[in-house]
Design a protein around this ligand. Structure first.
Ligand code: FMN
Length: 304
């Protein structure tokens, strides 16, 4: 079988292939070892990590929707110190490319967390800016260009690791938010996080989610995510990582053709835990069929 080159660069980080798993949908990777070799993935993005442990939101936390799901987990996680002592050593020993997704409620919190994560075995940081900025009345960082510029710029001062900024789709103009992140020093942009939504129990007339609103993910959001990835890829020079509703290799290829250098598999992991490995194989087969030698030739090759 003809060899194809699946390697891609995310800033200074070389990935062996363009397929990552999305934060919050693949645990710490270790839970998925029975489904495949996690070190053979392009990388894993671990669950959103905070400075202190968090208990998360009250139940109910997930609802199935047409072609997707709503979640309001509320960033439940054991905190950065637990991650560093209980998960990172094993991930490092297994040779997994580990990207840590970071969450915080103030710029200072993000910066202290960034400092704690300067450890061998952490390949890159992914900054989740969909969190509420408590010093700005709880408005998500990712909805204001000024707040994005501020938090990305400050975090960048505390790390030499590649910094991926993960955008919220709940904005009017995604391209200007991406440009603010790039101007502040982002090495790559990932998008999208979940779209805000809600669901109601008509028998009780109450919201189904304990938190009332939650984030929509899965195939339902793919066309919106793809449109945003395409817009952002044209607006910035740094690499773009696309996600939102990817279930198959063909879905992933759409994102790559629209300008994504890499993709992340999210909600699909709950339906078919082997999806990420299948997507890697599917991308390789497509490259062979198309007579291409490298996936990089495909990035941003949309004809229009
Ligand atoms: C249960 C669940 C938990 C999630 N937790 C996080 C998180 O901690 N940090 C984050 O940045 N995104 C989180 N996400 C968002 C996903 O990483 C991803 O951006 C989103 O689900 C869209 O991709 P998908 O449609 O492929 O799932 C979570 C999504 C789900 C479904």
């Amino acid at each position: 079988m003809r060899q194809v080159d699946l390697g891609v660069d995310i800033g200074s980080l070389r990935l062996s292939n363009p397929v990552l798993t999305a934060s919050g949908t693949f645990g710490y990777g270790l839970e998925f070892r029975s489904f495949g070799d996690i070190s053979a993935l392009g990388g894993i993005v671990v669950k959103g990590t905070t400075l202190e442990p968090r208990a998360g939101n009250r139940p109910q936390r997930v609802v199935e929707t047409a072609a997707g799901m709503l979640n309001s987990i509320g960033l439940e996680n054991p905190g950065v110190d637990y991650f560093l002592t209980h998960y990172l050593p094993e991930l490092r020993d297994l040779g997994v490319t580990t990207i840590v997704n970071m969450a915080g409620n103030t710029v200072e919190e993000y910066c202290r967390l960034t400092e704690r994560l300067q450890q061998p075995g952490v390949a890159a940081l992914e900054l989740n800016i969909s969190c509420p900025n408590v010093k700005a009345g709880g408005m998500a960082f990712g909805t204001s260009e000024t707040a994005v510029y501020e938090v990305v710029g400050q975090v960048k001062r505390h790390t030499s690791l590649p910094l991926i900024v993960k955008l919220s789709p709940n904005v009017t103009d995604i391209a200007s938010i991406a440009q603010a992140a790039e101007a502040a020093g982002a090495d790559a942009i990932s998008l999208v996080n979940t779209l805000l939504g809600m669901a109601v129990d008509t028998r009780t007339r109450r919201p189904i989610l304990g938190n009332v609103v939650g984030g929509l993910s899965g195939p339902a959001i793919k066309p919106v995510a793809l449109r945003m990835v395409w817009q952002v890829a044209q607006a910035v020079r740094v690499p773009v990582i696309g996600l939102g509703g990817i279930m198959t290799a063909n879905d992933a290829l759409e994102f790559i053709i629209c300008g994504a250098s890499a993709v992340q598999i999210g909600a699909a992991n709950f339906i078919e835990p082997g999806t990420a490995w299948q997507v890697i194989d599917g991308i390789a087969s497509y490259l062979r069929e198309q007579g291409l030698s490298s996936v990089r030739e495909l990035v941003g090759s949309l004809q229009f």
